[in-house]
Design a protein around this ligand. Structure first.
Ligand code: FAD
Length: 531
C-alpha cells in the first residue's frame, strides 16, 4: 500500500495516514464491504470488539495491567494476518513522517511498555480470531519425521494457556513456563519468560527453535540459530525493539500427567537459599520446578494452596519471626510411576532444612499446577482486587549479594512496611541455561535470583509504593549490588545503556539494521529517534 495509491499528498502524509486509519475504524460496522478506495484487508475491526468496547476503541489500549500510566494511540490495527501488520509497518517506514507502532500482546506490562503514544497499537489477539485464521490454525503440533523433533508452532499472539491446552491434546507440552499463563508468546519471548522450570530448561527464550518476525522495515523474516541468527538472538529478550514475533517454534517434551506440589517453611533465610541452591544443582533426582516466596506477617499464607488450619499455623510463625519463607517445589510424574514419587520426595526431604512439621503437599494434574495463578485471578476479580494499580519491581540479583538483599530490603524496607497484598517471589536461576547471545541481560554470576516484588495498590498508596521501589533501587546502587531489572523500566537512554552493559553496542547495531527509524515498541522508551 502506498500513499500514492491512496491519492494523498506527501505533506499531509502522517495526519492523513492516521486519520485514514481512525476514520476507517470508526466507520466500521457501518460500512461493509470496504470501500474500494481503501486497501482491502489491511485494517479490519472485529465487529464483536466494537460492540463490546464501544466506539472509543483506543481507550482500552491506553492502559495496561499496571494501571500506573496512560497514553493513547492515535489508532488501533486489528490484523487478520501477519501480512496486515507488515503492510502497516512498511506504510509507516516509507512515510516521510513515520508513526510509531507497538505490538500489544495481552497488555500485561505494568509501565506502558506496549503503548504507542500518538501512533498505532497492533492488537495481536486479532490474529488468532481473524476471519482468515482461527486459533486452532495458529497453534500446530507437527512431528518432524526427519529429525524426530517435536515442537509446537504458535502464533506470537497466542496465550500460553492455549498453547498448553493444544499441546496437551498431543501428549506433549513446552518445558519452560511463566507462573501465569494468560500472557502471550510474543510478549514473554520479548522479555525472557521465567518460572520454576528455568533452573533446568532455561527461560522460555532458551526453548525456541525458530521465529517469524516482522522487522521495523516491514520485512517478514524467518530466523533461527542458523538462519538470520543475529535477528533470532536479538529478538529473544529484545523488548520488542527489533521486530514483531508472529510465530514461534517452541520445544516440547512429553507432558506429565500429575504433579506432587510441595511447600516447605523456613524461618532462617540462610537455610532457605542454601536448600534452593542445592535443589537447582541436582537434576533428574530432584524437583522439576523450584521457586520460593517471602511471607510477611500480614499476608502470610493467603494463598489457596494452604488449608485454613495450615494458614493459621503459618501466620503464627510469621508473627513470631516478622517474616518467614517458603520453598516451593514440584515433582512431575505419570500415573504408572506414581508409587515412586513418595520415595523420591522422602529422599529429598532428608536433604532439606525446613522447620519440622512445616512441609505441605498437594497432588494435582499438570494443567491445574501450571494454571495455578489463574485461580487467584478468579478469586480476586469479583473482589475488585485484580484491576488495580500494580507498582511491580522485578530484579535479577547475584547470589553473592542475597544476604545483603535480605537484610537491606526484605527485612529493612519490605517487612517494616508490610502490605497485605504483596507477593514476593524468590527464584534461583542457573546462568548456564541462559544464552549469552540473546538480548536479555542478567547478572554475571553462575547463580542468580529472580526477585519479584509484586504489590497491588490503591489509588492512594501507589505513589508511596513506587517511592519504596525507588528506595529499593537506591539501596542496591549504594550497596554496589550488580542487579539487573527484569521487565525493565527506564526513562533515559543513559540508564538503558547501563542496563544493557556490554550488550548495548550490539543492541544499537541491531536496532540500526532492523528498525532504523525506531518505529517499534516505543513504550519501552529505549530509542526515541531514528538511528
Ligand atoms: P504486552 O504487555 O502486551 O507487551 C509487552 C512488550 O512486548 C511490549 O513492548 C510489546 O510491544 C512487546 N510485544 C508484545 N507482543 C509482541 C510480539 N508478538 N512481538 C514482539 N514484541 C511484542 N513474566 C514472567 O517471565 N514470568 C512470570 O511468571 C510472569 N507472571 C506474570 C503474572 C502476571 C499476573 C502479569 C500481569 C505478568 C506476569 N509476567 C511474568 C510478566 C509478563 O511476562 C510481561 O508482562 C510480558 O510483557 C507479557 O505480557 P503480554 O503478553 O501481555 O505483553
Amino acid at each position: 500500500m502506498t500513499l500514492r495509491r491512496l491519492g494523498l499528498m506527501p505533506s499531509t502524509f502522517l495526519v492523513m495516514a492516521l486519520s485514514f486509519v481512525i476514520s476507517f475504524l470508526s466507520l466500521l460496522g457501518q460500512l461493509r464491504p470496504w470501500p474500494a478506495t481503501l486497501p482491502q484487508g489491511l485494517l479490519s475491526l472485529d465487529i464483536a470488539d466494537e460492540l463490546h468496547y464501544g466506539p472509543n476503541a483506543t481507550a482500552r489500549f491506553s492502559i495496561d495491567y499496571g494501571r500506573l500510566t496512560e497514553a493513547a494511540p492515535a489508532a488501533v490495527l486489528y490484523p487478520s494476518s501477519p501480512d496486515d501488520i507488515a503492510a502497516l509497518v512498511r506504510f509507516s517506514y516509507a512515510s516521510p513522517r513515520p508513526f510509531v507502532i507497538a505490538a500489544r500482546g495481552h497488555g500485561h506490562s505494568t509501565r506502558g511498555q506496549a503503548f504507542a503514544p500518538g501512533g498505532v497499537v497492533v492488537d495481536m489477539a486479532s490474529l488468532g480470531r481473524g476471519r482468515r485464521a482461527g486459533r486452532r490454525d495458529r497453534i500446530n503440533v507437527p512431528l518432524d519425521d526427519v529429525h524426530r523433533l517435536r515442537y509446537v508452532d504458535a502464533g506470537g499472539e497466542q496465550l500460553w494457556i492455549d498453547v498448553l491446552r493444544e499441546t496437551l491434546e498431543h501428549g506433549v507440552a513446552p518445558r519452560s513456563w511463566t507462573d501465569y499463563l494468560y500472557l502471550t508468546v510474543g510478549g514473554t519471548l520479548s522479555n525472557a519468560g521465567i518460572s520454576g522450570q528455568a533452573f533446568r530448561h532455561g527461560p522460555q527464550i532458551s526453548n525456541v527453535h525458530e521465529l517469524d518476525v516482522i522487522t521495523g522495515k516491514g520485512d517478514m523474516v524467518t530466523c533461527s540459530r542458523d538462519v538470520n541468527s543475529d535477528l533470532f538472538y536479538g529478538v529473544l529478550g529484545g523488548l520488542g525493539q527489533l521486530g514483531i514475533i508472529t510465530r514461534a517454534r517452541i520445544a516440547v517434551e512429553p507432558a506429565p500427567q500429575r504433579v506432587r506440589w510441595v511447600r516447605f517453611i523456613y524461618t532462617d533465610f540462610g537455610s532457605f537459599i542454601n536448600d534452593q541452591e542445592l535443589l537447582i544443582s541436582i537434576s533428574e533426582e530432584g524437583f522439576d520446578y523450584v521457586e520460593g516466596q517471602l511471607l510477611m506477617k500480614n499476608g502470610a499464607a493467603n494463598s489457596s494452596f494452604f488449608s485454613e488450619g495450615d494458614s493459621e499455623k503459618i501466620r503464627v510463625l510469621a508473627a513470631e519471626f516478622g517474616a518467614i519463607y517458603f520453598l516451593e517445589g514440584a515433582i512431575y510424574y505419570e500415573l504408572s510411576t506414581a508409587s515412586s514419587v513418595d520415595q523420591k520426595l522422602k529422599l529429598l526431604l532428608k536433604k532439606l532444612s525446613f522447620v519440622p512439621g512445616f512441609a505441605f503437599t498437594k497432588d494435582v494434574s499438570y494443567l491445574r499446577f501450571l494454571d495455578r495463578v489463574h485461580r487467584d485471578e478468579i478469586k480476586l476479580r469479583p473482589m475488585g482486587l485484580w484491576d488495580v494499580p500494580h507498582p511491580w519491581l522485578n530484579l535479577f540479583v547475584p547470589k553473592s549479594r542475597m544476604r545483603d538483599f535480605e537484610t537491606g530490603i526484605f527485612r529493612g524496607i519490605l517487612i517494616e512496611n508490610d502490605t497485605p497484598m504483596a507477593t514476593v517471589l524468590i527464584s534461583p536461576m542457573n546462568k548456564s541455561k541462559w544464552d549469552e547471545k540473546m538480548s536479555v541481560t542478567i547478572p554475571d554470576e553462575d547463580i542468580f535470583y529472580a526477585i519479584g516484588i509484586l504489590r497491588s495498590a490503591t489509588m492512594d498508596d501507589r505513589k508511596h509504593l513506587d517511592d519504596q521501589n525507588d528506595q529499593i533501587l537506591r539501596f542496591c546502587d549504594q550497596a554496589g549490588i550488580e542487579f539487573k531489572q527484569y521487565l525493565p523500566h527506564y526513562t533515559t537512554q543513559a540508564d538503558w545503556k547501563k542496563h544493557f552493559g556490554v550488550k548495548w553496542d550490539r543492541f544499537v547495531q541491531l536496532k540500526r539494521r532492523y528498525d532504523p527509524k525506531a518505529l517499534l515498541s516505543p513504550g519501552q522508551r529505549i530509542f526515541t529517534t531514528s538511528l
